[in-house]
Design a protein around this ligand. Sequence first.
Ligand code: G1P
Length: 299
Amino acid sequence: MAARIRKAVFPVAGLGTRFLPATKTVPKEMLPIVDRPLIQYAVDEAIEAGCDTLIFVTNRYKHAVADYFDKAYELEQKLERSGKLEQLELVRNVLPPGVRAVFVTQAEALGLGHAVLCAKPVVGDEPFAVVLPDDLIWNRGPGALKQMADAAEVSGASVIAVQDVPREQTGSYGIVATDGFAARQGRIRAIVEKPSPEVAPSNLAVVGRYVLNPRIFALLENTTPGAGGEIQLTDAIAAMLTEEAVNAYRFQGTRFDCGTHLGLIEATIRFALDHEVLSDSARQLMQNALSELGVADLE
Ligand code: G1P
């Protein structure tokens, strides 16, 4: 049995240019899916997996994420005084008791690997998670990170989330080759960042959930810029493969790529239809919209 992860790193320093003009002022991690910002889903998944220390790697322009996790005294007082206790609970539970948020600045946008390396002084010498909030994962049972943390605790190996993607999309992902799978896990033989379909070793793509042994930091320190001129986490993982086992994990759940417009829309629809209060009305609204547009098409 290996140590259980307690710390999760959230790289949130990106510019979110795909969502301009909204991201001129609102970081993409703060875009809502129904009633919560993307970052809240990521944080909830990490807490469910057992993390109590959340490390946000941010940049100096992005105060909104830090403000969101900060205590909002005036707002809480107002809600309390006006008896809005349900809303008060929502505001207070952004971070449950016993969970702390730590903010680390990434001074230059040098890539995902570099962002993770920025968290080294806070993580120290223990296994930890990396969660990319763009990848929103919906599951009725345990969250993807919990599934992976349980697997890592048993094997002691680093674990990386994967899913099959159409071959023409390999250029958007880290792609792994494995020695086959037993249940949901397979040992990774090769990993490469954003290969074109012709040279991709498979169509098994890395999704933004990682449980990593701290050895990754030393490897990141020696990683030179790779795909897109950035310091890639994938390249440090490739170096790790030559030293120790790293497993790919086919998680249970549906992943939405909220780094794209359509992924964000798809996630909104799914979470609305599954919402405990809003689902019936959401279904009705969608039916109305479809039939209205259908009528408009005929005109
Ligand atoms: C990052 C990783 C890539 C991974 C992807 C998952 O890429 O570098 O290996 O497949 O996240 O979302 P990005 O989407 O940040 O370009």
